[in-house]
Design a protein around this ligand. Structure first.
Ligand SMILES: O=C(O)[C@H]1O[C@H](OP(=O)(O)OP(=O)(O)OC[C@H]2O[C@@H](n3ccc(=O)[nH]c3=O)[C@H](O)[C@@H]2O)[C@H](O)[C@@H](O)[C@H]1O
Length: 431
């Protein structure tokens, strides 16, 4: 500190020099006193503003992700009832993303056979939330309670584990969609990475630890050209951020398996379709457009090659999910400590018979009895891969997984549901 500074701003009151004349000293003292008072007031105001702003942001993020619509005796009772196991040897399962497409079907299947089920869903608006609400009503009617909350809410997850000693977690909550990742990259990180870690942190500390079965994706094969895709094929060339976050999920779950002894099964779903499906997917939006007489964009690959997908019917996927839960080994840790090696598995859940996108459209035309307005466009560079094709020998051997529904049959069921759900059977005008 320079001499001048030292004089103006003494570090201790005792250092203040009083040998320059009384008046001068008094004036200086007053001046200093008022400056320091102002300084203190300014500090006080800054602190007040800062705490107000941080409180506001806490409220904002809280209301966005962690609306406290849970807790209380009545709530705990509903949670316990829904998680009640109704068959001998049954399981109590926390299903995340339960109001989603796969989550709804898996929850229904588990409840039907007498397992205890609690659903968790944040009802975000990635696609029409009214469809999620309708799925929720369906689940409620079958005695499945859905907690409204986010997988990033550690307090809620911990509370759920306090109320129920879940034997299994079926983790299906995720930000889905391959192409949307270019529009909203952070939502993939929020759900598929941060949310996954929050869930695993809670699971690792739970006593007993649950076994975890979760949704990975066929998209992890990315630019892999070896067909059909086997679980041991390379998955280090993702073509989209969605795929990258799912691949990251496989690595993250491996870490928790390795360090904490969590039993983990990752399922690579191949383009799942069926009744109560996702409106953002091609088969769903094509159906809507065909019925409304609107053109449908059909992407075409390099050199005019048709794109193809190993479309897999929802009932087959449900069998794969339930088979995975049934064969999952117990987690080996307790109190956050691993006691021995735990199971870590990855399975393809596909149909093993890829169909091109134009053929998918032809099947829809047949079931809808309407012609599509086909608009063939070059595949935009937005994360799509040209084809997918699952090798399912591993899940067949380990889970008894055997898909039985071809695309013709599955789309017939989907169209029937679509027409009923959107009221076309009740004379809805098609325009
Ligand atoms: O297996 C997965 O892991 C993923 O499956 C699904 O992704 P995709 O296989 O890309 O399904 P989907 O969007 O129905 O497009 C199907 C085909 O239609 C083509 N397609 C699509 C849209 C369009 O307007 N035109 C078009 O030709 C398109 O190019 C593609 O060839 C899930 O959405 C995803 O969340 C993830 O689970």
């Amino acid at each position: 500190m320079s001499l001048l500074e030292e004089e103006l701003f003494p570090s201790t009151p005792g250092k203040f020099k009083i040998d320059r004349g009384h008046t001068m000293s008094r004036h200086f003292h007053r001046c200093f006193a008022s400056t320091s008072t102002m300084f203190l007031w300014a500090l006080f105001l800054i602190a007040l503003t800062a705490s107000y702003l941080s409180f506001q942001s806490f409220i904002d993020s809280g209301s966005k992700y962690f609306s406290a619509s849970w807790g209380g005796i009545q709530w705990e009772k509903q949670v316990r009832n829904s998680a009640q196991i109704q068959r001998s040897g049954g399981m109590s399962v926390l299903v995340t993303g339960a109001a989603g497409f796969v989550g709804t079907h898996v929850s229904l299947a588990l409840k039907k056979r007498g397992d205890g089920v609690i659903g968790l869903d944040n009802f975000n608006n990635y696609y029409d939330p009214s469809l999620k609400r309708a799925r929720k009503s369906l689940l409620n009617k079958r005695g499945i309670y859905i907690v409204e909350g986010d997988v990033n809410d550690a307090r809620l997850l911990t509370k759920l584990f306090d109320v129920v000693a879940f034997t299994h977690v079926m983790h299906l909550a995720a930000q889905a969609g391959v192409r949307y990742a270019m529009k909203n990259p952070h939502s993939y990180v929020h759900s598929n990475i941060a949310g996954l870690v929050t869930l695993l942190e809670v699971c690792k500390s739970a006593n007993p630890q649950p076994a975890i079965v979760w949704a990975s994706s066929s998209s992890v094969y990315g630019l892999n050209e070896k067909v059909p895709f086997s679980e041991s094929d390379r998955t280090d060339q993702p073509a989209s951020l969605y795929a990258a976050t799912k691949k990251a999920g496989e690595e993250i779950t491996h870490t928790y398996n390795h360090i904490y002894g969590l039993s983990v099964t990752g399922l690579r779903f191949f383009t799942v379709y069926g009744p109560w499906g996702r409106p953002d997917m091609a088969y769903f939006s094509f159906t809507r457009n065909i019925l409304q007489g609107k053109p449908i964009p059909i992407y075409r690959g390099k050199n005019g090659v048709d794109l193809a997908r190993d479309f897999t019917f929802i009932d087959d996927i449900v069998k794969g999910c339930v088979g995975s839960l049934d064969t999952a080994g117990k987690s080996t840790g307790s109190g956050g400590k691993k006691r021995g090696p735990a199971q870590y598995r990855i399975f393809n859940l596909g149909n093993t018979s890829p169909v091109t996108v134009p053929t998918l459209v032809s099947i829809l035309e047949k079931h809808l009895k309407m012609k599509a307005k086909r608009n063939i466009v070059d595949m935009p560079g937005n994360g799509d891969v040209p084809f997918t094709h699952a090798n399912i020998s591993l899940p067949r051997r380990e889970l008894g997984y055997k898909p039985t529904t071809d695309l013709q049959t599955g789309l017939k069921k989907f169209v029937k549901w679509y027409l009923a759900y959107y009221g076309y059977n009740r004379g809805k005008v098609v325009n």
